[in-house]
Structure formats: C-alpha cells, structure tokens
Ligand binder design. Sequence first.
Ligand code: PLP
Length: 367
Amino acid sequence: GSSQSALNFGAGPAKLPREVLNEVQSELVSYQNSGMSLMEMSHRSKEYAAINKSAQDLIRELLNVPINYKIMFIQGGGLGAFAAVALNFLGKTGSADYAVTGTWSAKAAKEAEKYGTVNLVFPKADKPGKIPDQNTWTLNPDASYFYYCDNETVDGVEFPYIPETHGVPIVADMSSNIMTRKFDVSKFGCIFGGAQKNIGPAGAVVVIVREDLLGNAMKICPSVFNFSQVSKENSVLNTPATFSIYVMEKVLKWIQKNGGVDGMESQSDKKSNGLYAAIKNSGDFYSCPIEENCRSRINIPFRVGGPQGNEELEAKFLEEAEKRYMYQLKGHRSVGGIRASLYNATSYEDVMLLVQLMKEFQIQHQN
Ligand code: PLP
C-alpha cells in the first residue's frame, strides 16, 4: 500500500511511463472537456478516429514503415496473433517454416499446426538458450512464410540478426521487443506485437503487413483476424480495444519525445549491459544460462547461488527485492530463478538500483 512508484521488473503487463499514466488520469473522466471518458466514446467518433490515425502515424514514423505496408490493430493477444498469422498466410502453399527458440515460438508453431503443415527448421533444443547456426537450418523454399520470435520473453533469447530466407516472407513476433531497437521493416512480410510490454496496456496487438501478402486468408479465417478486412476497415471493422489504443498512442508520443526508437535502443543497450556486467562480475554467484551472442536486452533470466540456482537464496533475494520496492522479479514458472524485464519505461537508474541490491545481497550471502 504505497503511493511510491514501484520498481516494476515484470514481464507483462509491464511498467508504463508515469507521465503517460498521469496524463491519462487527468483526462480519464472528461476527455478534451467533453464530459465523457474516452472509454465511453464510440469507436466511430471523431475523437477516436483521431487517436486511431495518430497511433498508426506514430508507428509508421517511429519504425520507418514503408508505404506498401499496412498498420492495424487486432485483439486476441499474442496467442490470437499466432492463429491469425497462420489463417492469413498458411493457405498459400499449405506449409510454413518455424524457428523454435523458446516458449513463445513453440506455442506459435503449435497453433499453426491446426491449419497446415509446420516444418521446424531446426530440432527443438532440450534446453533453450541458443540459436543454432543459420547454415544448419533446413528451410523449405516453398514455405508460405518463415516464422520466428525476435525476443523470447520467458527464456531470455533475442535474435542478433534478421534471418536470411531467400525470398520467403518473414513473419516475426516482436511482442516483447517492439520499439526497443531499430530494424529494417522492409525485410519482413509481417510483424506483430502485443501492446502490453513496451507500448501500452493489454488489449491491442499491433500488426504490420506487406500489402502484397494480403488477400490470401483461409475461408475459415474469422473476420476479426482477417488482415485484409481489418486493414480495409482501418481497424474499426468492429469495436477495437479503444482504451488500450488510446494509452498506446500516448506511449508512442512519449517514445518520440525521448529520442524515438534510437533513444530507446541506446537506453536498452545501457540497461542490459549494466545488468549483464553485474552478473559477470559476480563470479558464479549470479549466472545467466543464455549464450552471449543471443542474450536478450529485454528479459534477463539469472540464477542466484551458482549456475544451477539455489532456490532458498532466490526466495530470499525476491524478499529482499520487495523490501526495496522491486517487484515481479520471479522467473517464469517453467524456468525458475530470477527474471528482470527491462522494457522501455524502466530507466537505467531503476536497473542500477537492482545491481546495487545484487552486490549487497552477494556480500551478505556468499559463504
Ligand atoms: N509472444 C511473446 C513474445 C510474448 O511474450 C507473449 C506473452 O508474454 C505472447 C506472445 C503471448 O501474448 P498474449 O498473452 O497476449 O497472448
């Protein structure tokens, strides 16, 4: 029960910029002196139309999205998007290539299997934590698309490059690292990301699709997942997650004001380098199981008390963290240990407070 802003290292829904939340609060019950909350307004009102347009324009500007790409919002979360991707694109040749590097790409592959043939381009590792060399992948030249998860939120694995697929359209899940680094949109067929980590509250998913890939959806594709239909109706085919998109538009403006994606990227490098350095400099007291070339800048899993982790010490670490207002540091139940998520709204200073805790905790508990 504190009004002090928590040091929130949660994986999602995640921390949002305080400026944005304060602004939302100030106009919550009367948006632009209308006497109505934005959440009480029609998705066809001129107020919401302006937000819908501004959010799309900001995404286009911030990510430098070429004109032959549509930007839209759907619901159903990341899991919904896994199905939507298959329903929109898998019909082309009936099969698709999936690179499974962790929890979320595995779930996406499983979802796609309901609608066609899924080829795993490399065998599933027993333990995630690395990305096999591209030369060893078996890509199908007739795949409808090649799919990967750019940042595995649970496992802490992030792609250090965009894969080479020799013309097969690339579909990427950027749910946990969208707007945290620059990338060349023109290399992709489709990019999607749930809002609830770097760009807003839960409820909306941003989808960016190259126009020539539209129009091939399966007959069974639900209208709300049909990218051609949704984009043709400018993301008001049906009632969108208006409040979520309204807050997202403010977060995007906040990103723009804070140096754009360039600014987010340099912050992200600084934050993650600081935390990885603290892990490295601890001897083996803290350890990260992920290979160095694919360590996530965003979700950083680590163990306390040796590479296998000491669960008792880890529980103590979490307790000590909460005493210092640091929350949601518990690793995913499938992985254990600690996980620090460093999304855009988490500052370098927040991370340094965590590093400080790590140092003090080590001094106290290393025998
Ligand atoms: N993809 C990634 C990379 C995620 O981190 C998550 C959720 O954490 C999802 C997909 C699933 O998103 P949702 O819970 O919105 O279905």
